[in-house]
Write a protein that binds this ligand. Structure first.
Ligand code: HEC
Length: 151
């Protein structure tokens, strides 16, 4: 291996270390998984269901509607990749929903559903999204508050 190649590899390695440090700076709230849920609100308080409904259907945010049917009649397109969420509030507790939004891979490592509150271990992340969780803690709680109303 030439000296130039070694320097190049070192530079790439340093770059990787740098980006890991940048990720750590975006402080995600620590959470504890209990059974198949996350019992504690990420913000310590309940979210706003009206904001959550909006985030659910916003492509650059939750984009949940692209895979899930929900009672949002003003939107034409509802996806069918995931289960219908029309009555999810009767089926799942807030804790169960929280884990399924924060990191659904804990429940099913093969799931197509994105991890919305996670920055490590994601594949094929667009450059502008690297080191960023898709949703903030507040936004996760707003969506849970909305889903809880679907009964
Ligand atoms: C790319 C498609 C996709 C997107 C986008 C998506 N999901 Fe899912 N979701 C799924 C699939 C598929 C499942 C079924 C579980 C599995 O794959 O293990 C699921 C399961 C769920 C469940 C569990 C439902 C149940 O009855 O057990 C909830 C709750 C949920 N999703 C909420 C959301 C929310 C909220 C969003 C947006 C923030 C979202 N999903 C975005 C594909 C998606």
């Amino acid at each position: 291996m030439s000296r130039k190649t070694r320097i190049l590899i070192l530079a790439v390695f340093m770059g990787l270390v740098g980006s890991t440090a940048a990720q750590a700076q975006q402080n995600l709230v620590a959470y504890t998984i209990v059974k198949d849920g996350i019992p504690q609100s990420l913000t310590g308080k309940p979210g706003d269901p009206a904001k959550g409904r909006k985030l659910f259907a916003t492509p650059a945010k939750g984009n949940c509607l692209s895979c899930h049917q929900a009672p949002i009649p003003e939107e034409m397109f509802h996806g069918k990749i995931g289960p219908e969420l029309d009555e999810v509030g009767a089926r799942l507790t807030a804790a169960e929903m929280r884990l399924r939004i924060v990191n659904p891979k804990v429940i099913n490592s093969d799931t197509m559903m994105p991890s919305y509150y996670k920055i490590d271990g994601l594949n094929r992340v667009m450059k502008s999204w690297q080191g960023k969780a898709i949703l903030s803690a507040d936004e996760v709680e707003d969506i849970i508050a909305y889903l809880q109303t679907l009964k």
